[in-house]
Design a protein around this ligand. Sequence first.
Ligand SMILES: [Zn+2]
Length: 187
Amino acid sequence: MSEKTCKYCAMQIPEKASVCPYCRKKVPLQITIKTSNPERPMDILKDYSGLLIVIFLCLFALFYFQLREPESKNIESQEENTSSASTPTSHRPKTPSTGESGILHCGMEYVPMAVTEEAFKAWIRADVAGDRQGKVALFESRQIFFANENARALVIERGVLKSRVRIQSGMAEGSAGWVPNEWIQPL
Ligand SMILES: [Zn+2]
């Protein structure tokens, strides 16, 4: 039979005793809940270690991207600075509205321009699919033509994602075509 220690006289007494046989004092009935597994706390750690790793990775990713984002913004603003020194670096330039002129800028040597909205969609589809031949076919059938990078362009129809512009300088001067809005930067 297991024993307990009397808190009054410090003698070893039967666990189930309510009165100490030595000092005759009432001892509270000890309800001992024996843990079935003494290594339980370690097991809990093991159970949650996967979760802890996930949380750690999430936090890491969060910090990583928060650190990365300002970097890419800096690069962007540097590019803006080199293209137009007057542009404030704090906010993204707005696409010019209908009747306003902007500068075409797509990051390539030439800016592809679509003659019709259908040609624009076909060009985007070919671009997304990596269909080089499809792009060449659109150019050869004159549905796509090229303007110079950094050509001046007047917005003649401003859409939500794309706009129709008339080229005002360079090799395609006088021609009108559709380009994504983000390619038209303010003067
Ligand atoms: Zn006692």
